[in-house]
Design a protein around this ligand. Structure first.
Ligand SMILES: Cc1cc2nc3c(=O)[nH]c(=O)nc-3n(C[C@H](O)[C@H](O)[C@H](O)COP(=O)(O)O)c2cc1C
Length: 169
């Protein structure tokens, strides 16, 4: 799925109301039902994937807003998670092999660069865990900007790791 090209509903108005209606066990009106149906379609497509590959750049230490929008749409009560007063939040998706390739202008392989923290990796780990996906591996690629030699070395390192992983993915 190319999240930059495919139409995704703006997360405002009826889809927000639908989320709260669902959390409060209230019935949908027509607009809420239509917008929630889009979320259902997107969540279903995700749930049917045998394997997941997320290829994303780091933007301002986190993920691009389009990827966040996609999570905001599919992370819905009754679709990808549920809440039980005695057990708390429970994921609804089956686990599956998942790989995240995270490109960054700087080298964030240690989780930090010059005092700046990579918040994309922990965010993705947590949101995927929240919906049931724990079998996640991360391959950072960085630096992708600046002097040529470190860029080439980072790319080669990541490609080698990916080639090794491809055997068992
Ligand atoms: C809006 C924006 C924000 C960015 N923020 C960061 C950042 O916080 N840290 C970083 O190392 N690189 C940052 N970059 C650089 C990209 O992560 C880097 O160029 C990456 O390789 C882009 O991936 P792509 O070529 O697949 O689009 C940013 C780039 C853009 C356009």
């Amino acid at each position: 799925m190319d999240i930059w090209r495919e139409r995704m509903p703006e997360f405002s108005g009826p889809i927000v109301e639908a989320k709260y209606a669902r959390m409060n066990a209230q019935a949908f009106n027509d607009a809420q039902r239509d917008s929630f149906a889009e979320a259902e379609r997107m969540a279903l497509r995700f749930s049917l994937a045998d394997r997941v590959l997320i290829s994303t750049p780091m933007w301002n230490f986190s993920i691009p807003y389009k990827l966040k929008q996609w999570f905001d749409i599919i992370v819905q009560p009754g679709l990808t998670f549920t809440f039980d007063p005695s057990q708390g939040y429970l994921p609804l998706l089956n686990d599956r092999p998942t790989l995240v390739i995270l490109a960054s202008g700087s080298d964030f392989a240690t989780g930090m660069n010059r005092g700046r923290i990579d918040m994309a990796t922990p965010y993705l780990r947590e949101i995927l865990r929240f919906v049931g996906i724990r079998n996640v591996r991360f391959v950072p690629i960085g630096p992708t900007t600046g002097p040529q030699q470190p860029i080439v070395a980072a790319r080669e390192r990541s490609e080698q790791r990916l080639a090794a992983m491809a055997m068992s993915f």
